[in-house]
Design a protein around this ligand. Structure first.
Ligand SMILES: CC(=O)N[C@H]1[C@@H](OP(=O)(O)OP(=O)(O)OC[C@H]2O[C@@H](n3ccc(=O)[nH]c3=O)[C@H](O)[C@@H]2O)O[C@H](CO)[C@@H](O)[C@@H]1O[C@H](C)C(=O)N[C@@H](C)C(=O)N[C@H](CCC(=O)O)C(=O)O
Ligand SMILES: Nc1ncnc2c1ncn2[C@@H]1O[C@H](COP(=O)(O)OP(=O)(O)OP(=O)(O)O)[C@@H](O)[C@H]1O
Ligand SMILES: N[C@H](CCC[C@H](N)C(=O)O)C(=O)O
Ligand SMILES: [Mg+2]
Length: 487
């Protein structure tokens, strides 16, 4: 519980009506969660406008209502606070309500199209091994040390985020590593948060359904670096064309990492095999368990963060070399007849191309590559034909299937993907709508020593169809099919 006037301190308030000395029991931005004594913040969203639910919040006896536009009629006993930007105010209020937890630990945010989960997971594991109490906020799961807290988003909403950070502070965490999605930046989920550092991994085609254009998507990512304070560091992948753009206006101290440029943190791939990566990082050779050239970037970025946070470089590298990847990222198994099954969360064109290039590099010429891929519904449709084309270009056989269709017709998504298949590739492509059947088909086609890549869903343990999440685990189904088919 907090006094309204206390938590309003950082907010750009335009007008208030009613007492500021009221007690706020909780903050809600969904009218359905308002109870007596709760503060309701009216936020404009994609589907709805929170301002349309102010009346509901009044009926539920909200203590205070924060909005950009005041209702025509104000109710007695409720305090109204008019602000310029409700989404920003929500972040600032949530931070103040929970006692500014982000200022009480070293919070590092990672943004970029791919590699966020891998990077924050590596950092969480690294700092645990170095002996710290550490928080993690990621797509796969949130964590306080080893305690797992399920996650619903890559970046939680402002209230959940601050609540989580406060729990971490209470548990004695000195560090937290979190993913910052482009959606979170546009929706101001991290407003009011103080970061000690920010990392940029890369930017390629994704989420154009939400951002509209690639330029807007770049702007959303860049805005994360714009909000970093002077004391923070910004660590940027210099090999990405957009790296320098990200830090054009940042107040933070800028540092670069790269594989192809001579910058502060640099690495070189000596060897890239199914056993892992043999790297030279800042002049030191290490062998890592992670597979694929793209993981050299994730490892190097994590190393850079550790050094910038004052850790011993040699110790950091030694620990990094012992770490495994996040669940569902190049997760592989080998069947009795030596078929390699790989489950990977590649759900963007760039990620799929990287994973398939990695497979091409590490396979021997006799091993056929069978790729299974679907695309999510109610997400960027432009990537569908592109991903089908990439799969065809870099595989011997392709099975197009369903991912999470959400509220779209699975058949229509499949048709969008099929448009990307070139006539010459028709022969190598099959469409099997049911994902389980599709995995079975891939396994049936596999001969001893072949490679089956099941891409798109990684760690997910469900398939979301029309608002219902059905149990589905790519890794488990793949294992089952290998057994069932005697592979
Ligand atoms: C497109 C999107 O990002 N939507 C997010 C957004 O919802 P919205 O803008 O659609 O909200 P809305 O339904 O229009 O409602 C507007 C406001 O009215 C309020 N409302 C609504 C109804 C009502 O009865 N009463 C009421 O008060 C709502 O609570 C909300 O505050 O704000 C919600 C609260 O924070 C999020 O849960 C929701 O995430 C949806 C579920 C989602 O799927 N988001 C994905 C795309 C996402 O955010 N992904 C990124 C990762 C992407 C990546 O990196 O690959 C992530 O960070 O997870
Ligand atoms: N640094 C990287 N560059 C390019 N591709 C990568 C990189 N790291 C991982 N990938 C590929 O992208 C997929 C997703 O990786 P990861 O989960 O780490 O990314 P993310 O940014 O967290 O994704 P999301 O936006 O869905 O949360 C991996 O399964 C892998 O195929
Ligand atoms: N964070 C990503 C995950 C996509 C995963 C893929 N399996 C899908 O459902 O599209 C998103 O929300 O767009
Ligand atoms: Mg992620």
């Amino acid at each position: 519980m907090q006094l309204l006037q206390t938590i309003l301190q950082d907010v750009n308030v335009q007008a208030t009506h009613g007492s500021l000395a009221v007690e706020v029991q909780a903050i809600a931005f969904d009218s359905r969660q308002v109870r007596e004594g709760v503060m309701f913040v009216a936020v404009r969203g994609v589907q709805a406008d929170g301002h349309d639910y102010i009346q509901k919040a009044e009926e539920a006896k909200a203590a205070a209502i924060v909005c950009e536009q005041l209702p025509q009629e104000l109710q007695p006993g409720i305090t109204y606070v008019q602000v310029k930007d409700s989404a920003e105010a929500l972040g600032q209020l949530a931070s103040a309500y929970y006692g500014h937890p982000s200022e009480k630990l070293k919070l590092i945010g990672v943004t970029g199209t791919n590699g966020k989960t891998t990077s924050v997971t590596l950092l969480h594991k690294l700092f645990r091994e170095l002996g710290y109490h550490v928080g993690l906020i990621s797509t796969v799961q949130n964590q306080i040390d080893e305690e797992v807290i399920p996650s619903t988003h890559t970046t939680p909403d402002a209230v959940k985020l601050n609540e989580l950070l406060a729990q971490m502070v209470k548990a004695g965490c000195t560090h937290c590593f979190m993913e910052v999605s482009s959606h979170a930046m546009v929706q101001r989920r991290v407003a009011g948060i103080t970061f000690s550092g920010g990392v940029f991994t890369n930017i390629t085609h994704d989420h154009l359904d939400y951002h509209g254009t690639f330029e807007e998507y770049i702007k959303a990512k860049k805005s994360f670096f714009d909000i970093l304070p002077k004391k923070a560091f910004a660590l940027v992948n210099a090999d990405d064309k957009r790296g320098p753009v990200m830090v054009q206006n940042t107040k933070a101290s800028v540092h670069f990492y790269a594989l192809r440029k001579a910058v502060e943190f640099k690495a070189r791939i000596i060897d890239n095999t199914i056993q892992g990566l043999h790297l030279e990082v800042d002049g030191q050779e290490i062998w890592c368990k992670l597979i694929g050239a793209f993981n050299a970037y994730n490892l190097l970025g994590a190393y850079g963060v550790a050094v910038l946070l004052g850790e011993d470089p040699v110790e950091a590298l030694t620990v990094l070399s012992s770490l495994s990847s996040a669940a569902g990222r190049f997760d592989y198994m080998v069947s009795d007849s030596q078929v390699t099954g790989i489950v990977d969360y590649a759900h963007t064109p760039d990620a799929l191309e990287n994973v398939l290039n990695t497979i091409q590099q590490i396979r021997n010429p006799k091993q056929k590559v069978i790729t299974l891929i679907g695309c999510g519904g109610n997400r960027d449709a432009a990537k569908r034909p592109v991903m089908a084309d990439i799969a065809c270009r870099l595989s011997d056989k392709v099975i197009l299937t369903s991912d999470n269709p959400r509220f779209e017709e699975p058949q229509a998504i499949l048709q969008d993907m099929q448009k990307g298949v070139k006539p010459l590739d028709y022969k190598k492509t099959l469409s099997v709508l049911d994902r389980k059947e599709a995995i079975k088909t891939a396994c049936m086609l596999a001969e001893p020593n072949d490679i089956v890549l099941v891409a798109g869903k990684g760690h997910e343990t469900y398939q979301e169809i029309k608002g219902v999440k059905y149990d589905f685990d790519d890794k488990q189904v793949l294992r089952e099919m290998f057994q069932q088919l005697g592979k």
